[in-house]
Design a binder for this molecule. Sequence first.
Ligand SMILES: Nc1ncnc2c1ncn2[C@@H]1O[C@H](COP(=O)(O)OP(=O)(O)OP(=O)(O)O)[C@@H](O)[C@H]1O
Length: 297
Amino acid sequence: MKVSLTYVSQTLAPSAPPVVESRPAVAMAGRGLRLSYDKRTVVHGAEIELRPGAVTALLGPNGSGKSTLLRSLARLHRPDAGTVSIADGGAADGDAATDALALHPKDFARRVTLLSQSHPTPSGVTVRDVVAYGRHPYRGRFRSADADGPRAVAHAMDVTGVAEMAERGVDELSGGELQRVWLATCLAQDTGVLLLDEPTTYLDLRYQVELLDLVRDLATEHGVAVGVVLHDLNQAAAVADHVVVLDRGEVRASGPAARVLTSELLTDVYGIRVDVTTHPDTGRTRCEAVGRHDARA
Ligand SMILES: Nc1ncnc2c1ncn2[C@@H]1O[C@H](COP(=O)(O)OP(=O)(O)OP(=O)(O)O)[C@@H](O)[C@H]1O
């Protein structure tokens, strides 16, 4: 289920051959997840499935538990109850798969990567050094050879547009440049599950669109299972196959984006009128919040 970065680079070439593999129905599943900070439970029995070749967007108001749920899939937040499982090879269901918490850290890191919302910025290291860090799960003890490493790092830097800043120190980059470097680090890790927490934050318009295009390519052409927290409902409508809508720690709705993103649900969950329309030319779903100064209000 790994995606080769050789293929990632080929997503840019129109003649890229299709990658044909047998895929499990569910790459990663969270079942009955109860998540707390100290004694305060913030996610109550959440169910989530990430499917190979599909983008699943986690939506919901501030504080509804999106990041906590995503981090639990990445093993960065231990559940009080419930399970996180990863499909093995041809397993047909998350229930038939491995308990993610039982995997050796390096094994887990070869399968799952997370682009988190914020990172401490290391000083005195170059962009290339940081991206190369994504290869750590493939290095043996004593830093034994990772034959695919240099090529994977170069491709990850190419597709995220950071190759030209490879020798610059990361501590001198802008927020958006740094965000792309961290994304490149995740891609260099070459995993079948890609988790992204608000990845378009800090990015300018072009890179927001390019990031979402890249995410779409990784899913569609290489079978990566993507779980992404987004605030922009239109970005979610554009990129996601499935959405999971959280409201005060509960999964309010989950399913195909076109079915779940309704005016009724979004208005209720966000506490502001949200109009949902379909663009007559593109067929795209548009979600627009209606403020007090809007003529429609
Ligand atoms: N480190 C923490 N310690 C204690 N409580 C926390 C911590 N991180 C998050 N919380 C609380 O957990 C709840 C869920 O937070 P979480 O960050 O998962 O929500 P979110 O939906 O991702 O929010 P946002 O859209 O604002 O990023 C919130 O009530 C938040 O205050």
